[in-house]
Design a protein around this ligand. Sequence first.
Ligand code: NAD
Ligand code: DAU
Length: 338
Amino acid sequence: MKILVTGGCGFIGSNFIRYFLKSYPDYSLINVDKLTYAGNLENLSDLSHSPRYHFIRGDIADAPRIEELISKGVEAIVNFAAESHVDRSIEDPGAFMKTNVFGTFVLLEAVRKAFPKQRIRFLHISTDEVYGSLGETGAFTEETPLAPNSPYSASKTAADMLVRAYHHTYGIPAVITRCSNNYGPYQFPEKLIPLMISNAIEDKNLPIYGDGMHVRDWIYVEDHCRALDVVLHRGKEGEVYNVGGRSEKPNLTVAKTILDRLGKSHSLIRYVADRPGHDRRYAIDFSKIKRELGWKPSVSFEEGISLTVEWYQTHREWWKKIKTGEYLDYYKRMYQDR
Ligand code: NAD
Ligand code: DAU
């Protein structure tokens, strides 16, 4: 199978490419990535000599480029490319609309123009954030009404609606996955877990928004990749599949667990002003993908966090290089005077 992966130089995309090349020795993957601040060629430097992996620097919103790429026998597109950080979307939503909404539209248009002569399966990587926020109980199912609360989640919701409409109207073979919070190797240190681990290693403060009792469901990135594998190959066209880690934790518990693993004091925790519009709780009902495709998460939070802490301990050069330049400016803007 020949797959066009978008955003493969980011966190989940790079894990997915490595996982897929290993799992399917006869597949070839083209990775088109714009290399924004979050895209890092080092995430896949070990694969640069593989004849089955091709990197192309490009923007998913560039229609001629995308049409040219898929004309070369592409059988599936896995769309990871996105602006992915909620805090950045609050600061400057424009890029989120361009990539997450318009970029997805460009990809869908390319698939539509090629269809039905060339039937390209479109796997769209969405998020549980499209469902909004939960109260004390319950979990998101695929039937939960969409109620996004941040510019990021609104842009992801718009993209989901475009995918739905293109399947419904033109019959293109599209599937959507909505996953909870991923963690693991190669995650950019603006997100909670890699930020907490790298700050703790450097004896810097761990900034916790609000009261720290906001709950996220954590999934180890390789479990997400396994879910994408079954949905890409066997998911029903036009359907949505929720993907979750069965690991709901308040942010404070996550921070304390990381400090304990590193043997650091809880006094590094610093409470800072809350994120505007901060969703209180996410939880995922993943019974549909379990029932229909036989997938369930296999890595417990305890196991996954140990693997992740160890990875960041042994890959200091990777994240230290990131925590310079633009990152430091971002960090100051985001956390100073908060
Ligand atoms: P990331 O920010 O680490 O990576 C995004 C990648 O997309 C980067 O390599 C970036 O250079 C690339 N990119 C951005 N704009 C582009 C454009 N216009 N054209 C081509 N490439 C572009 O993101 P991630 O955490 O790996 O998330 C990947 C996808 O999974 C996103 O769609 C995100 O919404 C979704 N998702 C993420 C999580 C999570 O916990 N991280 C959970 C559920 C869903
Ligand atoms: O749920 C899936 C989503 O998870 C994905 O769609 C997004 O792309 C991904 O970024 C993630 O969004 P969150 O906003 O949940 O992730 P983040 O790591 O930014 O924050 C996790 C929680 O930790 C959230 O409640 C905010 C809190 N937080 C975050 C940071 C960066 C803090 O308390 N302090 C921090 O410094």
